[in-house]
Design a protein around this ligand. Structure first.
Ligand code: GLN
Length: 305
């Protein structure tokens, strides 16, 4: 397996040149565009690593999956989906346009920024810090890694440049979709995007979802099975923003990308996969990471369809 992974990484490194590292969060511009690494963690507790698997990166939008999981556990499906939709979006991940034109003003889904900000507001906690901590603890448990930290430079960078997210959050507050202090909710959201991980951490998080909520290393139930079903469904239809349909066609597994260059993928009942490649395409997805997953999906026949 590792031989095949090394070959896939080597073959696809070249595609980094077709994209760019994100710069709208200034601190993320420092990432190495040519880094490319992968980790696979299967249900039999085997881990397979290749390429730049030690590279640290911020989790960014991959955290939206865990934010949704916590919101669903804390409020239930009915309340969560009364405030955020479950439909794919053809607009950019940070688009604001549909918030005003949709009758309900509800964000289209939990994985665009607007939807994740709503879900953050729904997580239990009396303050932004408590909400952050609730999700952060779940991330550390899912990754089985208590040493995971927030990258404070990225957090500060996001907080001081995140004016589009700020506009989205204040609009949602005006439309009575989020309650509470907007800056507090935004702080929790920015901090969760700034959690620093490696592909090993993210592959383990994905494995828990692949294994219906049970950690294969301890047999402990970390997430309820019905919530894992919702996570997989939303990852399948919304996980790669406005490129989710193409991903379903070419790769065919539930996944979630982030602008740090990570793509977390879940192969139900088989394995969790994480790739890192900070050079992004115009939709904000890792260019080389997508190629790696495409090769891997063909090689191992991973598509769920
Ligand atoms: N922190 C980023 C933002 O809010 C996350 C977006 C992403 O990864 N697509 O803009």
């Amino acid at each position: 397996m590792e031989k095949m992974l090394n070959e896939i990484i080597k073959k696809n490194k070249i595609y980094a040149k077709d994209g760019r590292v994100t710069t709208y969060i200034p601190e993320l511009a420092k990432a190495d565009p040519d880094a490319l690494g992968i980790a696979i963690y299967d249900l039999q507790n085997n881990i397979f690593l290749a390429g730049d698997f030690e590279t640290k990166f911020t989790i960014q939008s991959v955290s939206k999956v865990i934010i949704l999981a916590c919101a669903l556990i804390d409020q239930g499906k009915e309340i969560v989906f009364s405030k955020v939709g479950a439909e794919p979006s053809a607009d950019a991940f940070n688009s604001i346009v549909k918030l005003e034109t949709r009758d309900s003003h509800k964000p289209l889904n939990p994985f665009i920024n607007a939807g994740a900000i709503v879900c953050t507001s729904l997580v239990n906690g009396n303050s932004g810090y408590e909400k952050f901590n609730r999700v952060f603890k779940t991330i550390k448990t899912m990754a089985n890694n208590p040493t995971i930290k927030v990258n404070e430079q990225v957090f500060i960078s996001e907080k001081f440049t995140g004016n589009t997210n700020r506009a989205i959050a204040y609009y949602l507050k005006g439309a009575n979709i989020i309650n509470g202090d907007v800056e507090d909710v935004l702080d929790a959201y920015f901090k969760l995007c700034s959690v620093e991980v490696t592909v090993k951490d993210v592959a383990k998080m994905a494995t828990i979802i692949a294994n219906n909520g049970i950690a294969p290393w301890s047999n402990e139930a970390i997430l309820p099975v019905d919530i894992c079903k919702v996570l997989k469904a939303i990852m399948m239809i919304c996980g790669l923003y406005n490129a989710s349909g193409e991903f379903a066609v070419n790769i065919g597994i539930p996944a979630k990308s982030g602008v740090g260059g990570c793509i977390m993928s879940v192969v139900p009942n088989k394995m969790g996969i994480a790739v890192i490649g900070p050079s992004l395409d115009e939709n904000g997805n890792s260019v080389a990471g997508l190629k790696v997953l495409e090769n891997l999906s063909k090689e191992l026949d991973l598509s769920i369809f």
